[in-house]
Design a protein around this ligand. Structure first.
Ligand code: PLP
Length: 394
């Protein structure tokens, strides 16, 4: 099918819930994508932080294929090898105690929220169930994770939202202290806020939040759906913030492009969810789990170090352009935001697409770059050249 034929089928048959860019993608190699007509796009998006090891990754495709022809699904009422192996790798590389597998980010966060509330219920009974989250956070699109999301624009239309969430200013420890009433059971953070604008939390603030949680028997919950799986240069972002959360959710990059999510708990929280209290049909799917094991294989220390080096390279290049529209570059690893003034991020992203570069936006003022972690320097240079040309022609 041609791009136009695809677009026509979409507009006739698909709910128009996405502000799609005017481009169809047919296949990819490395970190380069191609339209049905063969037009080339450098990928600074990885989907949205999903395709961690790029496209046409042979070892990953082999692992997925081998599992697909062996056993594509079995109910979680039975044991199977792929999710068990994956859980073993995750706990060994994070020091967490155990894992629950979900399907994506929002349902991983829902499960994590359930765990936090049950932990509190088991210990204190009813009434201590409020979870504090941060302004500008993003936690998903279900009714509960929308309520958890600290952005008013998401609290619309779908009333009533789940109760029991309070939002406070990020990087302001006094604002958090003020909200620590007796009904609070947990604090939920993203180490680098993604959708909210690529805003990293201060290390000192994170340490203080963790100390406050420990002192008040609150759980520290980390939404690592976007920051996890090597994105920030360590396997999970908490590993460079000097704290260990009680529960950590993950999704996006974990299976290299297949739908999979979940959350990991420390020892203290490892037995809160028991048989019958939480479940999902597809969670921990064998094909996705086999893909995830291969993703984690490839994200070894040397690849993670490369993530940091590529990040520094990209930041140095962009700074050296001295473009007046660019206010700052922020983020960690290959999760980078370029905040701009006197220009609309979406318009810049649109111009980039027209010139052969896929790039995202975040918050109100930023372009967001989430390239595959395995992107080559040649592809980075091609992408940056396009970005510079677009800025030069604003
Ligand atoms: C994308 C994202 C989610 C939601 O994940 P879905 O897979 O779209 O449900 C939740 N939290 C964060 C931090 C995210 O970036």
């Amino acid at each position: 099918m041609t791009s136009n034929e695809i677009k026509q089928l979409d507009s006739q048959n698909v709910m128009q819930t996405y502000g799609r860019f005017d481009v169809a993608i047919e296949h990819g190699v490395g970190s380069t994508l191609y339209s049905p007509e063969g037009k080339e796009y450098i990928d600074f998006t990885s989907g949205i932080g999903v395709n961690a090891i790029g496209y046409a990754n042979k070892k990953w495709a082999d692992a997925v294929y081998a599992q697909a022809v062996k056993l594509q699904h079995i109910s979680n009422l039975y044991y199977s090898e792929p999710y068990a192996k994956l859980a073993d790798v995750l706990t060994k590389r994070t020091g967490m105690k155990n894992v629950f597998f979900a399907n994506a980010g929002a349902d991983a966060n829902e499960g994590m929220i359930k765990l936090a509330r049950k932990y509190s219920f088991d210990k204190h009974g009813k009434g201590k169930s409020t979870i504090i989250t941060l302004n500008q956070s993003f936690h998903g699109r279900t009714i509960t994770t929308l309520a958890a999301t600290g952005q008013d624009s998401f609290h619309n239309y779908f009333f009533p939202f789940t109760e029991g969430f309070k939002h406070v200013q990020a990087n302001d420890i006094d604002a958090l202290k003020k909200e620590l009433s007796d009904d609070v059971c947990a604090v939920l953070i993203e180490f680098v806020q993604g959708e909210g604008g690529v805003i990293p939390l201060d290390q000192e603030y994170v340490k203080e939040v963790s100390d406050l949680c420990k002192a008040n028997d609150l759980l520290l919950l980390a939404d690592e759906v976007q920051t996890g799986v090597g994105r920030t240069g360590t396997l999970f972002a908490f590993q460079q913030f000097g704290v260990t959360p009680d529960v950590i959710s993950f999704a996006k990059g974990i299976a290299g492009g297949l739908p999979l999510g979940g959350f990991m708990a420390n020892e203290k929280c490892s037995t809160v969810l028991t048989a019958g209290t939480h479940a999902t049909t597809f969670g921990g799917n064998p094909v996705a789990a086999a893909g995830a094991v291969e993703v984690l294989n490839q994200l070894d220390d040397s690849t993670l170090n490369e993530v940091i080096k590529k990040s520094e390279y990209i930041q140095e290049q962009i700074k050296s352009w001295n473009i007046p529209y660019i206010v700052e570059i922020r983020g960690k690893g290959l999760m980078l935001g370029i905040s701009v003034k006197d220009a609309v991020p979406r318009d810049i992203a649109q111009a980039c697409v027209e010139n052969g570069l896929l790039v995202l936006t975040a918050g109100t003022d930023a372009l967001r770059m989430l390239p595959p972690l395995t992107i080559s320097y040649e592809e980075i240079d091609k992408g940056l050249n396009i970005l510079k040309t677009v800025f030069d022609n604003l």
